[in-house]
Design a protein around this ligand. Structure first.
Ligand SMILES: [Zn+2]
Length: 80
């Protein structure tokens, strides 16, 4: 079995680095998403990343990721 790994990147929240998410796809086109992470020291120090799993019917299940400010607890939804 082989996995193809693709990396999706977006600008991070401060704009100096990147937000990266790795997605893996196997031979049967099943997709496995990893929790995104910041390639940015400033954002890594400032935010924790949280995920929330949704399974509404009849739509597909999906996961929403948030950056949570470590100081204020403010949540920002990550658009990735
Ligand atoms: Zn940043």
């Amino acid at each position: 079995m082989s996995w193809d790994t693709t990396k999706r990147t977006k600008p991070c929240l401060c704009g100096k680095g990147k937000l990266v998410q790795e997605t893996r796809m196997d031979d049967w086109n099943r997709i496995e998403e990893n929790t995104p992470y910041f390639e940015c020291e400033e954002c890594r120090n400032k935010y924790n990343i949280e995920s929330k799993f949704f399974n509404p019917k009849p739509a597909h299940e999906y996961t929403i990721y948030y950056a949570v400010d470590k100081v204020t607890g403010e949540k920002k939804q990550l658009d990735i």
